[in-house]
Design a protein around this ligand. Structure first.
Ligand SMILES: Nc1ncnc2c1ncn2[C@@H]1O[C@H](COP(=O)(O)OP(=O)(O)OP(=O)(O)O)[C@@H](O)[C@H]1O
Ligand SMILES: [Mg+2]
Length: 575
């Protein structure tokens, strides 16, 4: 796990390695300064040699400046390395997520992916910066100071040789306890973010239903849960502090006691004792730093695990080893296809579907909500893979094509479609980057979008705003159809894509499709019988199964479900 994550330091390796080196320079100066201090006191002040004091004083100032410069350099280098590392990690995560199938995204949830890309990366970035700054500094300082102190007075040094193992024990205990707590905290973070995301995406619905109060309450509960989890975890981690301080002051008191005795008895110079105490400070300081590093490690380890999960997730829908790019025609075959969203044959959304569709046919699909209409057609462009059986396009298993070739030939206008910020033209060009203005106009005419686009003051250059807020529901649907048409696909799937369009426009879209897209296999999923009435064949879906297939007239005779829907809609129309 660590190797995968830290390989993202990449081109910032130089800075990451230079940081500890410069830190060594800083530490060396810091450790030598007390020795100079001892010399000043014992050889200079006590013997009244002003020249010596001044000379050594200047040396000390020089050392302090060197130490400071090294410190500043290390700060800069570590910042560059840590931010670069975070950037690499984020962009790799983002690329990875782009390769995810719907099933992969369902597994993590978009909110959790957002947290992983933001909070978790930041946690790792901070820990990494601390680590390269202190991972060398603290142990080196500890060793340096220990060596200097032992050389100065080995008997007194025994005191902190007892303290170190005591500290290590406490640290190890806390680390094993805290890890699961931080993991739980991050899961709550996910939940909070999912609430925020859902609320912001659905803010119009929230307002329409006057649910602000409820949403506020829900959010407060979520943040409160995060707070409690955080407090619980941090409380444990923070107990290191009093333990550290207890050990630290015990050390200082014992050293003052024993050292004081030695000084009084003349076994130790006073300058020596004051320097010794400075070393004690440095030793305890570096121990503190090491324990702080441990804390950062505990916090970031949970984040690293979460990022590692994303980085090593296998996309469930991938290109085959030797993909075919040639989609012969728009024929579609479902051969004993079953599908479960949960990879569970006892919980099927599609139950053993057999279906053969000729290239160029127009197929209507009708059925109650949740009858798996969307699920059925999603398998054609491989938005999901069949759990059992095969789906064939142009005579070949869809899994034999490259995803790009398949999806360029199978255009699907999703039920929940989105437009992106940018102009209308930008959005349409998603269908085909190289589309000419004529092609764009033609597609928009077929989708009955040309007329209303022309009425906008800026026409095709009208800015859509985030998520296409500037157009009405029906206008959005027509733009989405035009966008799909620009792909010039062999198969086009309209999943409830004219539900927000008035019947007259709906019928002229269908007319344009019949005239201009005679060779294109067309799937029309609809709630209105009028939308599918003229299709070559109509499929009636019921609870994950095909209940009936036939033309409008045939189905009126044979399918009671179809008949019922037709009657209810007719009645509505007659009234
Ligand atoms: N991403 C998903 N994860 C799990 N279950 C899902 C998912 N999408 C749909 N389902 C379930 O699969 C079943 C079929 O859903 P589907 O979206 O295919 O229905 P539909 O016929 O298109 O309905 P509608 O007319 O409302 O669009 C439903 O019971 C639904 O709860
Ligand atoms: Mg649907």
């Amino acid at each position: 796990m660590f190797r995968t994550i830290f390989s993202h330091v990449g081109q910032y390796k130089k800075q990451a390695l230079l940081t500890p080196l410069t830190m060594i320079g800083e530490v060396a100066m810091e450790v030598l300064i007390p020795t100079v201090m001892a010399l000043i006191i014992d050889n200079g002040i006590k013997k009244g040699r002003i020249g010596y004091v001044a000379g050594m004083g200047l040396l000390m100032v020089g050392m302090a400046i060197v130490s400071l410069s090294f410190g500043a350099l290390a700060g800069r280098l570590s910042a560059v390395a840590a931010m670069g590392f975070a950037k690499n990690l984020r962009s790799d995560l983002f690329h990875k997520v782009q390769d995810f199938s719907f099933a992969n995204v369902d597994k993590f949830s978009t909110a959790s992916l957002t947290t992983r890309l933001t909070t978790d990366v930041t946690n790792i970035q901070n820990a990494f910066m601390m680590f390269i700054r202190s991972a060398c500094r603290a142990p080196i300082m500890l060793i340096f100071a220990l060596v200097m102190a032992i050389r100065m007075n080995s008997r007194l040094s025994v005191i902190f040789l007892c303290a170190v193992p005591a500290l290590a024990l406490v640290m190890g205990f806390i680390m094993t306890k805290a890890h699961p707590m931080f993991k739980a905290m991050l899961a709550l973070y996910d939940k909070m973010n999912s609430g925020v995301q859902e609320n912001l995406i659905g803010i119009r619905t929230v307002k329409a239903f006057v649910r602000e109060e409820y949403e506020n309450k829900k959010f407060t509960e979520n943040t409160e849960a995060v707070r409690q989890a955080q407090v619980r975890a941090e409380k444990l981690v923070i107990t290191t502090m009093p333990v550290m301080q207890f050990i630290m002051y015990t050390c200082i008191i014992s050293i003052l006691w024993f050292g004081g005795h030695m000084a009084v008895k003349g076994q130790m110079e006073t300058g020596e004792l004051s320097t010794f105490i400075t070393y004690v400070g440095q030793i305890l300081m570096s121990l503190m730093m090491i324990s702080f590093l441990f804390m950062m490690f505990i916090v970031s380890r949970a984040s690293m695990q979460r990022i590692y999960e994303v980085l090593t997730e296998k996309p469930t829908v991938t290109d085959p080893a030797s993909p075919s790019d040639d989609v012969r025609d728009g024929s579609v075959v479902f051969d004993n296809v079953s599908f479960s969203y949960f990879d569970d044959m006892n919980n099927l959304a599609l139950d053993h579907i057999d279906l053969t569709i000729e290239s160029g046919e127009t197929i209507g699909i009708i059925g109650g909500t949740g009858s798996s209409k969307t699920t059925l057609v999603q398998l054609i462009p491989r938005l999901y893979d069949a759990t059992e059986g095969t789906v064939k396009v142009g005579g070949k298993d869809v899994r034999e094509y490259s995803l790009e070739a398949l999806r360029n030939n199978v255009a699907m206008v999703l039920q929940k479609n989105v437009l992106f910020s940018g102009t209308i033209k930008d959005n349409l060009k998603w269908g085909n980057q190289d589309a000419t203005d004529e092609e764009i106009t033609e597609a928009c005419k077929a989708a009955c979008a040309h007329e209303f686009i022309e009425r906008f003051p800026n026409g095709y250059d009208t800015d859509l705003g985030q998520g296409g807020v500037n157009v009405s529901g029906g206008q959005k649907q027509r733009l989405c159809i035009a966008r799909a048409l620009l792909k010039k696909p062999k198969i086009i799937i309209l999943d409830d894509s004219t539900s927000a369009v008035d019947t007259a426009t709906d019928s002229s879209i269908r007319k344009a499709f019949r005239e201009k897209l005679a060779d294109t296999t067309t799937f029309i999923i609809a709630q209105r019988i009028s939308s599918v009435k003229d299709a070559d064949r109509i499929i009636v879906m019921d609870n994950g199964k095909i209940s009936a297939v036939g033309t409008h007239d045939e189905l009126l005779e044979t399918s009671h479900i179809y008949r019922e829907v037709y009657d209810s809609q007719q009645k509505g129309a007659d009234e």
